[in-house]
Design a protein around this ligand. Structure first.
Ligand code: G3P
Ligand code: CA
Length: 244
């Protein structure tokens, strides 16, 4: 089985994370999927950004929950990475979905939920994903597994995967218990038994965030269904070599 190469916050090793530039770069490289993070603005727009504050990745400051879409759109989300990205803005989920129209690419939406909580964020995300007809190509993940249970309550057909850091021994049992379709573990906590167990239980296993080439090689060799990486080109290269 071929491992899906999922671009973490877009091709964030080469362009500012969670911007249209990083998503476009991932598409150009031929990534099988993109991962992004979602928060809710003060006026309840779905905002693509990793941190709960804009301070690290823009020239602004403050919590996303306190800023309107208009205020967020005034920020420069690219220069912190490289001056040539000065025109990059924080995208909305809708804008990213516009980019994906007609492309057969996996979308992994990480719902950021806690310690800042966004009331009704799950419902809002599902509405937008449905509007764009992207339900079958989307995986919802979160470190807050209550959010994933909520997603399943909205529509049981939506695909969910809990994110976790530590090494659960029988993660398929837990995944089944919360109705998930797969798991998204940190790559340090997995081995061949975990991969085998997941596949035997019809669960996908996409692991994060695998960046060093030697790590990418050993994790792809384990036969995981997906790797989430800042360097999709390296993952894709290894995948091609493996299939020769
Ligand atoms: O989806 C995997 C990974 O994105 C989770 O961690 O902190 O990069 O959002 P983080
Ligand atoms: Ca993430």
């Amino acid at each position: 089985m071929k491992t899906k190469i999922i671009a973490h916050r877009g091709a964030s090793g080469y362009a500012p994370e969670n911007t249209m530039a990083s998503f476009l770069k991932a598409l150009e490289m031929g990534a099988d999927g993109i991962e992004l993070d979602i928060h809710l603005s003060a006026d309840e727009h779905l905002i693509v950004c990793h941190d709960e504050k804009v301070d690290r990745t823009t020239n602004g400051e403050g919590f996303i929950k306190d800023l309107s879409l208009k205020m967020l759109k005034e920020l420069d989300a690219g220069s912190w990475f490289d001056e040539k990205y000065i025109n990059q803005k924080i995208p909305t989920l809708e804008e990213v979905l516009e980019l994906l129209i007609g492309k057969n690419i996996l979308l992994n939406i990480e719902i950021k939920s806690g310690p800042i909580f966004y009331n009704g964020i799950e419902k809002r995300i599902v509405e937008v994903i449905s509007k764009y007809g992207y339900i079958n190509q989307t995986i919802f993940s979160s470190f807050n597994h209550f959010s994933l249970v909520d997603i399943k309550k909205i529509n049981n057909k939506l695909k969910t995967a809990p994110l976790y850091m530590a090494g659960l021994v029988n993660p398929w049992k837990y995944a089944k218990e919360i109705g998930a379709d797969g798991i998204h573990p940190m790559f340090y906590g997995i081995n061949s038994d975990i991969v085998k167990g997941c596949l035997e239980h019809n669960l996908f296993i996409n692991t994060f965030t695998v960046n060093a080439p030697h790590h990418l090689k050993s994790i792809i060799d384990l036969g995981v269904t997906g790797v989430i990486t800042n360097y999709p080109d390296i993952g894709l290269d290894l995948k091609i070599k493996k299939s020769i």
